[in-house]
Design a protein around this ligand. Sequence first.
Ligand SMILES: NC(=O)C1=CN([C@@H]2O[C@H](COP(=O)(O)OP(=O)(O)OC[C@H]3O[C@@H](n4cnc5c(N)ncnc54)[C@H](O)[C@@H]3O)[C@@H](O)[C@H]2O)C=CC1
Ligand SMILES: N[C@@H](CC=O)C(=O)O
Ligand code: NA
Length: 445
Amino acid sequence: MIEYRNLRVALLGGGSVGAQVARLLLEQKEELANRVGAGLELIGIAVRDINAERTVDLPRELFTTDAESLILGADVVVELMGGIEPARSYILMAINSGADVVTANKALLAAHGPELFEAADKVGAQLNYEAAVAGAIPIVRPLRDSLAGDTVKRILGIVNGTTNFILDRMDTEGDTLEEALATATALGYAEADPTADIGGYDAAQKAALLASLAFHTTVPLEDVYREGITEVTPQEIESARKAGYVIKLLAICERLTHPTTGVEGVSARVYPAFVHRSHPLAAVHGANNAVFVEAEAAGSLMFYGAGAGGVETASAVLGDLVSLARRHVLGGPGVAASSHADLPVFEIGNVSTRYAITLEVSDEPGVLATIASVFSDHGVSLAQVEQSMTPEFPSTGSQEAVSATATLVIGTHLAREAALAATVSALAANSVVTRVASVLRVEGA
Ligand SMILES: NC(=O)C1=CN([C@@H]2O[C@H](COP(=O)(O)OP(=O)(O)OC[C@H]3O[C@@H](n4cnc5c(N)ncnc54)[C@H](O)[C@@H]3O)[C@@H](O)[C@H]2O)C=CC1
Ligand SMILES: N[C@@H](CC=O)C(=O)O
Ligand code: NA
């Protein structure tokens, strides 16, 4: 049997994910060597502060603040620092010095992916990033390899563990967003700056990566439409529950035909949406993620599991590491990024979805007809209208209702975003509407 020399592995970052990767590399040393056909020798862990407190007990002599020397002595560099710089420069340095790279850094890949993949392709290096999308769930490799012969039409996913955890806690425990975020941070799910999670930026980065992989094109981060969960109110969660829905932050990637030009393109977007309780996505709780893939030949596939968490994410990092180490042992170039399609990314105004619109209206005869005509004037057709009465009592304490407002929850059929936006403006300006309480998209039905 041929004896291969050990592969020297440099770890950049020893935080939630990095510390777990280091622990597993050390604890499973022999088993991993058997799986790869060569040893994976952890030669060091670059961190900002060697004396920082850690949740995992690791040999002190492994830690260094000299990332560059570590990189230059490595066969494989595992980047788990996060952020754009110096992560970008370190990865380029690793690639150009002949090392292969594993990263979990979706922020970096969504912003600078083409540059990094091109640098890797140029020298035949491997750049693996399974952990960058949906944590432990295998989704990058299934899209890149397993579905490489199929045509992916649509992806619908819960791809941010922190926001799913928060929305779930607001729904089931009555937590505030702030309380639930503090718990998610303590559990190691949130980004270093949790605005990335609650603002939908992290999910948008993942949507850009998913759409690029699935459609063999490059979807720039700035072309991903994004809304976060900071505007989601307990009232909206309550009214969703009453109507049989839950609110989830979704990432949606679709192949589309432009509604006016007929040009083929794609859409990538992130927003909180109503999902019916009977839909499997509604049953994704806590920091779990789920990704639905609809492909022409394969039909519907669902990938489900831990979307965040140090040890869970470490599983995906180690999978990437073993995979590229095997190829390193066997020889051969890396896997090229196949972004050859060059498809246009359509703006949100050209996308069609269904909506749930909650209106407070004065309770007068003819109100329903007035509202219905606003919708039809803008070419938006109604699927469902539910009405509940809210009696108002005078402040003197009398139990006699003096006036009443009605709350209408209106479900639409598929409508263009642009038409819906015009409808909502017209509704807000109409004298029978007291308040447009909420406008949320409905997905997954
Ligand atoms: N925590 C999670 O559940 C998941 C995280 N990720 C990604 O994994 C990466 C790491 O995330 P975490 O482990 O949660 O981060 P973390 O904040 O817990 O750890 C970051 C580590 O990198 C080190 N570091 C940061 N900047 C450095 C610099 N300039 N020089 C040297 N060391 C530096 C820090 O000292 C720390 O050890 C990020 O890209 C994140 O987006 C991906 C999936 C899930
Ligand atoms: N902060 C991210 C971590 C994994 O990507 C999340 O909450 O999903
Ligand atoms: Na993954």
